[in-house]
Ligand binder design. Structure first.
Ligand code: NDP
Ligand code: 2IT
Length: 448
């Protein structure tokens, strides 16, 4: 049996209860075959694949907090420190009721390769909790964040592990967590990114993931002799990534016709009104029904099982920006039948393995999240740089660095795919390019 298959078998047995982690590892290891097969004995002797698929450590803890009725609530907290070969652990904190160890491990594993692709010195980690922020008061959010950080603060630090936002964790939550870290440790340091601008945050971090997704998409479109102007785009989600993806797509001359949330979706053939969307989601924290009732051209559809949601429309570009496995094989078939020309993932692993394969088999240029959504964490690393030098850069400076990084990532993954005879397979290109840098650092640092 090949080394890749041997390790995959082992993980499928050992972590059988972690389907998302198995999915993420399968995608990466499968696409590393040409690299590993070329030098199998070396990788086997050094147990590289066993080491890169096993976190340095995984921390789980109790998060007790008192709700507004005076009742004690208990959630489960996680931080998985996956790999720090090229820099301190770096990755977001997800607050969502679906969070479990397998989901945090899949996200932490992806983060290793994504962070490597940014070219910046950051290792891979991820954390979060099964806490559900929906319907909670600001006071309850604060109580939860303080309790969560009381325990997490023991394991993180500006040169050790630097968490940030993800689903359910935005500027408000990062602020509460930063305050508690400072209070416990007595340190004013860049221990979190995505901070507010008055206390060490970076301009353009809020926009970075969505903008970065579009900078990379624009470069891909250009390199196919095409242009963004006039393209019709389907976006899923209506959170941080989706909102700024929508904004940049429109700035580049495209028309975004959909957004969604966990209960339904909007089809707006005249193009999404980003300012209205921001008002509904960022200010009011309301459902998309509010968007629909404020805008004549918008249709609201309640989510029902088995429907294609935002993927049923005739679009040129599809940008899944909500959550894992939200675009399945049937959705991919529908998009291809409707003539989709490009797909790029704003979310982490939103496309199932068989749907990814369908896009690749049908020669649809497809960029996975590790490359396409790396702009968020890249800008987090720029926030870390600014904190270290105790300076703040202008919006234009951060934004232009972000753009250079995203354009660079596109060419890096394109070149890596070509080098291994898989021209146009950006999934393989991203996994290979991300892996090579981390592995070189791991080998240089000895067995650890
Ligand atoms: P937000 O919490 O801001 O928004 C998440 C959006 O996705 C919401 O519209 C939410 O709807 C929807 N959503 C979440 N879970 C589900 C679900 N189970 N089913 C359907 N819809 C769902 O998160 P972000 O925008 O920050 O994150 C979106 C994706 O991008 C995630 O995969 C995240 O890991 C990834 N990402 C985020 C980065 C960042 O910088 N924030 C960087 C790189 C990747 P609802 O409000 O109804 O729950
Ligand atoms: O998935 C991701 O890359 C993020 N949620 C952002 C992580 C970060 O450290 O900015």
């Amino acid at each position: 049996m090949s080394y890749v298959d041997e390790v995959l078998e082992k993980i499928k047995k050992r972590d059988a209860d972690q389907p998302e982690f198995i999915q993420a590892v399968t995608e990466v290891l499968d696409s590393l075959r040409p690299v590993i097969d070329k030098d199998e004995q070396k990788y086997r002797d050094l147990a590289i694949l066993e080491r890169i698929t096993e976190p340095d450590r995984q921390i789980m803890f109790r998060v007790p907090w008192v709700d507004d009725n005076g009742k004690v609530q208990v959630n489960r907290g996680f931080r998985v420190q996956f790999n720090n070969a090229i820099g301190p652990y770096k990755g977001g904190l997800r607050l969502h009721p679906s969070v479990n160890l397998g989901i945090i491990k899949f996200l932490g594993f992806e983060q290793i390769f994504k962070n490597s692709l940014t070219t910046l010195p950051i290792g891979g980690g991820k954390g979060g909790s099964d806490f559900d922020p929906k319907g909670k008061s600001d006071n309850e959010i604060m109580k939860f964040c303080q309790s969560f950080m009381t325990e997490l603060s023991k394991y993180i630090g500006a040169d050790e592990d630097v968490p940030a936002g993800d689903i359910g964790t935005g500027a408000r939550e990062i602020g509460f967590m930063f305050g508690q870290y400072k209070r416990i440790k007595g340190l004013y340091e860049g221990v979190l990114t995505g901070k507010g601008l008055t206390y060490g945050g970076s301009l353009a971090r809020t926009e970075a993931t969505g903008y970065g997704l579009l900078y990379l998409t624009e470069e891909m479109v250009k390199c196919h002799g095409d242009k963004m102007e006039g393209k019709v785009v389907a976006i899923s989600g209506s959170g941080n990534v989706a909102i700024y993806a929508c904004q940049k797509a429109q700035q580049l001359g495209a028309k975004v016709v959909t957004v969604s949330d966990s209960t339904g979706w909007i089809y707006d053939p005249e193009g999404i009104d980003v300012e209205l969307l921001k008002e509904v989601k960022e200010v009011k924290r309301a459902r998309l029904t509010e968007y629909a009732s404020a805008r004549k051209s918008a249709e609201y559809h309640e989510k029902k099982n088995g429907e294609h949601g935002v993927w049923q429309y005739k679009v040129d570009i599809a940008l899944p920006c909500a959550t894992q496995n939200e675009l399945d094989l049937e959705d991919a078939k529908m998009l291809v039948a409707n003539g989709v020309k490009y797909v790029a993932e704003g979310a982490n692993m939103p496309t199932t393995l068989d749907a990814t394969k369908y896009f690749l088999d049908n020669k649809v240029p497809f960029v996975g999240g590790k490359a396409a959504n790396a702009g968020g964490v890249a800008t987090s690393a720029l926030e870390m740089s600014q904190n270290s030098e105790r300076l703040s850069w202008s919006f234009e400076e951060v934004d232009s660095k972000l753009k250079n990084i995203m354009v660079g990532i596109y060419h890096n993954i394109d070149d890596a795919a070509k080098e291994y005879g898989m021209e146009g397979n950006y999934v393989a290109g991203a996994n290979i390019a991300g892996f090579k840098k981390v592995v070189e650092a791991m080998i240089a640092q000895g067995v650890c």
